[in-house]
Design a protein around this ligand. Structure first.
Ligand code: FAD
Length: 325
C-alpha cells in the first residue's frame, strides 16, 4: 500500500496549526497477534504520528504485556507512547507503583481512566481502590511531584476520556462536562473522546465543555467502521448506539470489500466534520490493523508538521527519513 497523503505544514506557526495524529493499539494476546501488531506498528510509524496509545485492562489484567509493549515502543521505534492506565480495582499504593514503573521506562504521557466496572455485580471493585479517573490524575501528579527533579526536560502529559454521547452511567451530558472540568482542574492536559457516530455529538460536547470552562484540547476518537459485526460489537461495548444509516448501509454491502469502502467513507466523513468543527487532531482506533486506518488517513489529507521524522531506534545508524507528502 502506498503511504497516506500527509500535507506538510509549510505555513508560519501563526497561521493554521498542523493537525495532531495518533493511533490506539492494544497489547497482543499471543505470538500471532504480536506479529500482526508489529507489522502494523511499522506501517503506522511511517506516517510519523505524534503518539500512539496503548490500552490497559481494567484491574490491570494485562499489566505485563502493556508494559512490555510500551517498553518496546520506546526502545525499538521512533514512536512516543501514551500509556492508558485504569484505576478501578487497584489501590493508590499499587497504582503509584505502576506509575513509577512507567516513568522509569521513559513514558511521559498517561491516559488516566477509571476502567469499566466488572459486569458481575458480585465482583465489585475491592475496598480501597480509586473510584474515579479524577483520583488517578491527582495520584499521577503526586508521583510526578515526588520525582520532579527527574522530569526537568518535560513533565507528564495526562489525558482523560470524554464522551460525545452520554457515558452509560452518567445522569446527563451536563454531568459528563462537569466531570471533564473536574478532571481538568485536577491536572488533565487533554481529552480523547469515546467513539461517536454523529458529528453533532462531538460539536455539542465541545460547545458545552467550552461554555463550562473546559479549555483543554478535546481530540475526537474515530474508528474505521469497516464491518457491521465490529460496529455492532463496539456499540455493545461502549454503550454508544451506532447510527441507523450506517447500520443500514453496512447491512446492504455486497461483500467485505464493499463493506470496507462504505465504512471508510463514513469514518472519513465523520472525522472531516469534526476537523471542520475545529477538532485539533484525530485519534484513530486501529484494532491493531493498519490498512483501514491508513486508508482513512489517506483520504483525510491532514496538514501535518513538516518536521524530519526521527530514525527508528531499531534502525540506528541509518539517515533520518523525511515525511513525504
Ligand atoms: P470517570 O471519569 O471516573 O467516570 C466514570 C463515571 O463516574 C462516569 O459516569 C462519570 O460521570 C462518573 N464520575 C466521574 N467522576 C465523578 C465524581 N467525582 N463524582 C461523581 N461521579 C463521577 N477502558 C479500559 O479498561 N482500558 C482502556 O485502555 C481504556 N481506554 C479508553 C480510551 C478512551 C479514549 C476512552 C474514551 C475510554 C477508554 N476506556 C478504557 C473506557 C473507560 O474506562 C470507560 O468508559 C469507563 O466506564 C469510564 O472511564 P472514565 O475514565 O471516563 O471514568
Amino acid at each position: 500500500m502506498s503511504p497516506p497523503s500527509l500535507l506538510q505544514a509549510t505555513a508560519p506557526a501563526t497561521h493554521t496549526a498542523p493537525t495532531a495524529l495518533s493511533y490506539e493499539l492494544f497489547p497482543p494476546k499471543n505470538a500471532v497477534a504480536e506479529a500482526t501488531l508489529w507489522a502494523t506498528i511499522r506501517e503506522l510509524e511511517s506516517t510519523n504520528p505524534d503518539y500512539v496509545s496503548v490500552t490497559y485492562g481494567a484491574n490491570g489484567s494485562n499489566r505485563d504485556t502493556a508494559v512490555e509493549l510500551l517498553n518496546r515502543l520506546l526502545t525499538e521505534t521512533s514512536l512516543l507512547p501514551l500509556a492508558h492506565l485504569t484505576c478501578v480495582g487497584n489501590t493508590a499504593d499499587e497504582l503509584a507503583g505502576i506509575i513509577s514503573e512507567l516513568l522509569d521506562h521513559g513514558v511521559r504521557g498517561i491516559l488516566a481512566l477509571r476502567g469499566d466496572l466488572p459486569q458481575d455485580a458480585a465482583a465489585q471493585p475491592r475496598t480501597g481502590s480509586l473510584p474515579h479517573a479524577q483520583d488517578l490524575i491527582e495520584l499521577i501528579r503526586r508521583v510526578e511531584q515526588r520525582r520532579s527533579a527527574l522530569l526537568c526536560a518535560g513533565k507528564v502529559a495526562i489525558g482523560v476520556a470524554a464522551y460525545p454521547a452520554q457515558h452509560p452511567e452518567s445522569p446527563s451530558v451536563e454531568h459528563d462536562v462537569e466531570v471533564l472540568l473536574a478532571k481538568q482542574r485536577s491536572g488533565a492536559d487533554f481529552a480523547i473522546t469515546q467513539v461517536f457516530f454523529h458529528a453533532d455529538q462531538y460539536k455539542d460536547l465541545v460547545t458545552r465543555a467550552r461554555r463550562a470552562g473546559v479549555s483543554i484540547p478535546i481530540i475526537p476518537g474515530v474508528m474505521p467502521f469497516t464491518s457491521l459485526r465490529r460496529v455492532r460489537r463496539l456499540g455493545e461495548l461502549t454503550g454508544v448506539a451506532p447510527s441507523d444509516s450506517l447500520l443500514d448501509a453496512l447491512g446492504r454491502a455486497d461483500d467485505a470489500a464493499d463493506s470496507r469502502r462504505i465504512g471508510v467513507a463514513a469514518t472519513v466523513g465523520l472525522a472531516r466534520a469534526a476537523l471542520d468543527a475545529g477538532a485539533p487532531g484525530i485519534h484513530l482506533y486501529t484494532f491493531n490493523e493498519h490498512a483501514a486506518a491508513l486508508e482513512v488517513l489517506d483520504k483525510l489529507q491532514l496538514l501535518r508538521p513538516g518536521r524530519p521524522a526521527v530514525a527508528s531506534r531499531s534502525s540506528a545508524g541509518k539517515p533520518p527519513r523525511l515525511v513525504t507528502a
